[in-house]
Design a protein around this ligand. Sequence first.
Ligand code: NAD
Length: 249
Amino acid sequence: MLLSNKVCVITGAASQRGIGRATARLFALHGGRAIILDLDGGQAAEAAAELGEAHRGIACDVTDKAACVNAAARVVEEFGRIDVLVNNAGITQPLKFMDIEPKNYEAVTDVSLRGTLYMSQAVVPHMRAQKSGSIVCISSVSAQRGGGIFGGPHYSAAKAGVLGLAKAMARELGPDNVRVNSVTPGLIQTDITGGKLTPELRADILKGIPLNRLGDAEDVARSCLFLASELSSYVTGATLDVNGGMLIH
Ligand code: NAD
C-alpha cells in the first residue's frame, strides 16, 4: 500500500480506457482516495463509484479557474486535505502546422497547459498549508521529439509548455515540500485518438519502439504511482519517459 489514506485528485479520469482512469484504479488499490474530475459529473461519479465508497467524482472543466478552485474546496471540505494531484486532462488533434486555426490552438493548449496551471493553483494553497504534496503532470513524448506521432504542433507546444511549467513549479514549491514531476508517455492505447489512428500509422510507429508494443494506460499509471508516493520522496522537477524506448535521449 503506497498511498494509504492519501487524498488524490486526478483530472480527466472518467474516460473508461484512459490514463486517468487507470491511475485512479491503481491509486485506489494502493489505499488512496481517488477524486475523479472530468467534464461530465455523472460519468465522474460513476467512475468513482466503480472504485468503491471511499472515492468521489466531481464535474470540473480544468479550463475554468473557478471550477478548479471549487473542486479543490469541495475535496478539502470533505476529506480535510489534498495529498496528490495528477494533471491528466488533455485533448489532441492530428493537424498539420498550417492548418491550425485559432480555435484549435485554444482548445488544445487550454486543456493541457491552462488546465495544469489552474488546477495546480487550486490545490497548492492546501498543499502548502499542510507542508506536503505531490503533483504529477502528464506531458507527452510529442513535447520532446516535436510531435510526429499523432497530435499536431499545437499539441507538442502545449505539452512542452507543461514540462516548463512543471519544472518552474518544482523550483518554487520545493521549499514547502511540494514535489512536481512530469510523465512523458509515448503512444498509449486509449480513446484519445478518436479512432483516427490507422493500422498503417500504428504499424509504422511500432517499428520505432524497442520494446515492440504500444503502451497501456496501466504503464503510465504505474509511473504516476511512483511519482505520487514516497517512493520518489527526493525526486522533483523530473521528467519520466514512459515510451517503450521510442525516444532515448
Ligand atoms: P482520454 O481521451 O481517454 O482521456 C482524457 C480525459 O480528459 C477524458 O476523460 C476527457 O473527458 C477529459 N477532459 C478533456 N477536456 C477536459 C477538461 N477541459 N476538463 C476536464 N477533463 C477534460 O485520453 P488519454 O489518452 O487517457 O489522455 C490522458 C492524458 O495523457 C492527456 O493529457 C494526453 O494528452 C496524455 N497523453 C496521452 C497519450 C496517448 O497516446 N494516449 C500519449 C501522451 C500523452
